[in-house]
Design a protein around this ligand. Structure first.
Ligand code: MF3
Ligand code: CO
Ligand code: CO
Length: 256
């Protein structure tokens, strides 16, 4: 899992270097596919089963009001967009999963709401990680995220889509909700378990709508922007260890 996390993080740093205004999301996707293949690994998203159709691309790119599961295509990134890129790689049978939201163009191009949801989601991820201890309830993650988001911003924390256990499968138990659920007070994080935390924060309502045509693209109900960050984490005897740390990405405390 450490190898999988490290490779996935390296891929994120490689993607970071090509993200710029004018690039088409399908071009980013092609890069993800080729870099992964060239290193002998597999993009987990490609062909991942869904209700309507398998996911057709190698990563998810979710722009502005898209909450998650955006399908790369002919859309270009524009100055002022916020774009989440979610990468998942299978390395020798083990999964690494992480995402970042990128601000496209100059900071002055970004709306205050888009910047604030990005900051809120980034801080929420690290507060969620920091709330965990060996043997803790899964619910401590959602408690920390909701408290922060409500107190500081009044934004919506998406509860329909959740983090997850991860290992030799992409999605496994337990669910890691970002709003405490009844089950998350029962589930605990013991040393040796790997899981993701991946809060999605909406500028307005937490409500979402899944695109009926493609069966994947999830948008905010009210058109407000949404941001997300994700890491894969190992619980150790000494506390949480982030497996997907990047070299060049924003570090805890970063101000967008
Ligand atoms: N990477 C997403 C997650 O964090 C899942 C994407 S599934 C896909 O769990 F099929 F849309 F790629
Ligand atoms: Co992901
Ligand atoms: Co995930």
């Amino acid at each position: 899992m450490r190898d999988a996390g490290q490779f996935n993080a390296r891929l994120m740093d490689e993607v970071r270097a090509i993200v710029r205004p004018g690039i088409k999301t399908v071009e980013i996707d092609r890069f993800v596919y080729e870099f992964t293949q060239d290193h002998g690994h597999t993009p987990a998203c490609l062909g991942y089963p869904g209700d309507r159709m398998p996911f057709p691309k190698s990563c998810c790119i979710s722009i502005n009001d898209v909450i998650c599961h955006g399908i790369p295509g002919e859309t270009e990134l524009h100055p002022g967009d916020i774009a989440n890129i979610d990468l998942t790689t299978v390395v020798h049978g083990w999964y690494g999963d992480q995402s970042e939201t990128f601000l496209i163009g100059e900071n002055s191009d970004i709306s205050e709401t888009a910047r604030a949801v990005t900051q809120c989601a980034f801080d929420a991820l690290y507060l969620g990680i920091g709330a965990t201890k060996p043997g803790c309830q899964v619910a401590v993650i959602g408690e920390a995220i909701v408290e922060h988001t409500n107190r500081k911003y009044g934004f919506g924390v998406v509860d329909k889509y959740v983090g997850h256990g991860i290992g030799s499968k992409f999605h496994q138990r337990p669910n890691i909700p970002h709003v405490p659920s009844r089950q998350s007070y029962q589930d605990r994080l013991y040393p040796g378990m790997c899981f993701t935390i991946e809060p999605m924060i909406n500028g307005g309502s937490a409500r979402s709508v899944c695109d009926r045509r493609d069966g994947w693209t999830v948008r905010t109900y009210d058109g407000q922007p949404s941001a997300q960050f994700e890491h894969t984490i190992l619980m150790t005897e000494d506390g949480p260890e982030i497996l997907t740390l990047t070299k060049h990405g924003p570090q805890p405390g970063h101000q967008f």
